[in-house]
Write a protein of this length. Structure first.
Length: 79
């Protein structure tokens, strides 16, 4: 796999963990196995953790790309 793909998968996975732990901290501490088993009965559907992570990943990606373009534009102006 390419270096960029590995980096983006790492960003996605870290974002997934941060979102899961921050949103469901009490459940992960008190009963993690039951929490995972109850995922199909979730009102948002069984794939909601991945969908929410994808949504936030796209938001983070847009910000990262905007910062990259701003820096690139700023470097060109200085030359």
């Amino acid at each position: 796999m390419g270096k960029i793909v590995k980096r983006e998968l790492f960003v996605f996975f870290v974002l997934f963990l941060l979102l899961a732990l921050s949103m469901h901290y009490k459940e992960w501490i008190s009963h993690p196995v039951q929490h995972i088993e109850n995922l199909p009965q979730s009102p948002f559907g069984p794939l909601h953790p991945l969908l929410f992570t994808l949504f936030f990943y796209i938001l983070v990606l847009v910000v990262r790309v905007a910062i990259h373009w701003a820096r690139k534009f700023q470097r060109r102006r200085k030359l």
